[in-house]
Design a protein around this ligand. Sequence first.
Ligand code: THU
Length: 142
Amino acid sequence: MSASSPVPQFSKDEIEDWLRVAHAAAQLAYSPYSNVRVGAALVGADGQVYSGCNVENASYGLTICAERSAITRAIVSGERRFRAIAIATDRPHALFPCGACRQVLAEFAPDLPVFTQGRASEIARSTLAELLPKAFLPKDLR
Ligand code: THU
């Protein structure tokens, strides 16, 4: 992250609250093929939290990840600015968003702080700028 856009500081409590929402959303995952449950809690600029879970399909390639499910929900609720995303999974280790989700999140929040946790893991953190360097963004079409 560049000096001009410092990583915002969040309290441990709020990060844990967002992760709790993400873990609850993971319980709602529809993932009979992979048996991997993922939940996301995308936090809007004013603190509203939009949850999402992975939704798989018998036509495997149509699977929607938790992160894209959450951002779709946020956008249709009128939210366009985001503070952070928390991601949780029932896998033992924390996972970071897949490439497709990084690109979709970057459309709206290229510097988004990312907090992620596995079933019993420590909280891992990053930012989208770190996860998707030199991203192709709306500005590239102007
Ligand atoms: N998955 C997510 O929901 N988010 C990610 O960032 C990585 C993968 C889901 C998709 C699929 O249902 C399952 O995890 C296994 O790939």
